[in-house]
Structures are given as structure tokens and as C-alpha cells.
Design a protein around this ligand. Sequence first.
Ligand SMILES: C[S@@+](CC[C@H](N)C(=O)[O-])C[C@H]1O[C@@H](n2cnc3c(N)ncnc32)[C@H](O)[C@@H]1O
Length: 372
Amino acid sequence: MRFTDTLPTPSAEALAHSEQLAQRIRAAIEHHGGSISFHDFMQMALYEPGLGYYVAGLRKIGQAGDFITAPEISPLFSQCLANQCAQVLTELGGGDILELGAGSGIMAADMLAHLENIGCLPDHYLILDLSPELRDRQRQTLQQHVPHLLERVEWLDRLPATPLRGVIVGNEVLDAMPVELFTLVDGEKVIRHVTTQDQDFALVAVEGDYTSEFNPALPAWMRSMADTLAAGVLLLIDYGYEHADYYRPERTEGTLLCHYQHRVHANPLIYPGLQDITASVDFTAVANTGLDAGLELAGYTTQAMFLANSGLETLFIQALEANPANQYKLAQQVRTLSLPAEMGERFKVMAFSKGFTPTLDGFRLASRQHYL
Ligand SMILES: C[S@@+](CC[C@H](N)C(=O)[O-])C[C@H]1O[C@@H](n2cnc3c(N)ncnc32)[C@H](O)[C@@H]1O
């Protein structure tokens, strides 16, 4: 039995799409003398123009897609984030929000609706995604939920040339960045490469029993975030660990995971373009590169504690009072977002600030900075 036999079978159209991308990857491998780095493979699998997983027109996020994210689970998540943004915007006397990797647009819609309710709308809500095909879907979501606020939303092709005052926010953006895979050989990192094996892809063999990964783009990306922020806060939410936990000796296979139609597995070399490939985030590296880029570390805690600090309980009660019939659904949403065995502890929230000194509400209790 082949590994792919254990997964749902893609349609003929999806397989043809994947084969087109596979041909492009094979050509790159040939062009580079027989192999490319795993990083370059992942870059092509996720972002190859017109064909990569995140840039081609397949529906990825949500029940009908491959995986589900916190904003898709509950508007309470986005409302908590909006509360944190409101504190920053109020302290700054107004400003903008820039969302990176906005997915279906539901987080933007729920945040804007809540910010309007609490009288704290940003001047502009900017969206930057590497996936241009998501724009239409985001516009539709916003049109459906907050049509009267659409005029405040602006889609960007690149980071704004003029640094902004306000909040930059990214949910599950870092985990979607291509990583370099390495195996330790005599204590040295050997970067792993991908080659072809008949019609399949395979890792070039390396003798070693500890494999993991790192994000080589992080320093430059954090510098670009620091350059984009004139004053305010950068908020990053993602699944990951502190350095010592990420690279602990027992984690011999690293953290790479693939999502295909709600099945999770660890083979990134199959179905290029059809499945998500992700790696957990090394939050110690994020903190260090942020500091190196000139940002202040303004907070680090679990998603559960960030949401609790940001008013989850009050928001839950308000939602319940508004719609008592939703009690079971709302309670289930809170459990999924907060329980340690669900998203509560695996997901962390990290904040950086620039020209902004007040303590952030979302991090008042239960800081994890000492674990970094
Ligand atoms: C896992 S999805 C998360 C989508 C959404 N934030 C959510 O929570 O549902 C990751 C998204 O981040 C985008 N992305 C990856 N790297 C990015 C970057 N450097 N800048 C902006 N968006 C990026 C991808 O194109 C993709 O749409």
C-alpha cells in the first residue's frame, strides 16, 4: 500500500493541477543539478505563482477545506483580538490595522464589527496576503458581514511604503513560511535536499537521527515588520514552542506537518500544491529576531491566557445573552479556543511594540517570557 492510499483521493482535476506543479518542481531540481533545498521545495509547493497551495484557487481553510483556524471557529477569538487592538488605538489616539495573511476574511469582518460596537474603528483596515486569489473571497466575506465598513478596507500588494501607527496582526502566518530542514551529523546541521525518485520526490539521504527545521526568512521578515511600524504593536498568534522545547532531544523528527482534507500527516513530498505544509514556530527565535530588529518584546503568553486577559468571559456572556439558544455552540467554541488539550496552550501570542509603552491588556496575567 502506498502512503497516499491512506488519504482521501484527490479529484482528477486536483491531481492534474498537482502534476503541473510537480513538473515545475522537477524542472527546478534538474536545473539545480539534481536537487533543491527542502526550503525551496516548500516555497514552490506553497507559493509557486498560479500553482502553489496558497496561491491557487482551491478552498483551503474551513470545514470544506484542509484545516480550520481560530477565527473560523469563533467570532469570540477575533473580538478578543479587537479588544487588544482597541487599547492600542485608543492610547495612540487612532490609527490603522494591518492584517497579514487574512485567510477567508472572517477575522477582519469580526474584528471590524466589534471595533465598531465599542466605538473604536481604525482609520483603515489594511490586508496583505501572499495569496492574491483570496482577495475575492475576503471581499465577499466583508461584503456579507460588514458591507458598510468595506470602504475602510484596503488590499495591499506589498508592505506599505509609509510606516503605520496602529497594530499589525497575523494569525497563523509564521507557520505558513517555508522552513529549512536539517539533520544533525556529528553535531553539525546538514541542510536537507529534495530530489526526484521516478515520478515521486524524496529527500536526499543523510545519516543522522535528529531532524528538525528553522525559518531562515525570520530575521529579514522581522526587520520588515519593524520598518512598517511607526508606532504601535505587532501581534503574532501561532502554534509553537520556546527554543528549548522545540529542539528538545526527544523531538527527533522536528515539527513539520501536512494537512489534507482534515487529515494530518508528516509527508510533505506528496501532492504538491494540494496539501498544506507547516512547521511550528520557534518563539524564542521570533523574540530574538524582533529584538534584533529594534522592536520591544511587549508580551508572550498562551492563547488561553491572552483570550482570558482580553475579555473572553465577558464576550461569551454577552453573546449568550444575545442568543441563549447558542449556549452549547458558544461553550464548545470557548473550549476549543482555550482548553490546554485543544488550542489553548499549543497556540501562543507574542506582541512587540515600537514607540508604545503601556502594558498590553492581553498580557497582564500569566506571562511566559521567562520560558523564552
Ligand atoms: C494558515 S493561513 C492562515 C489564514 C488566516 N490568518 C486564518 O487564521 O484563517 C496562512 C496565510 O498566511 C499567508 N502568508 C504567508 N506568509 C505571508 C507573509 N510573509 N505575508 C503575508 N501573508 C503571508 C498565506 O498566504 C496564507 O494565506
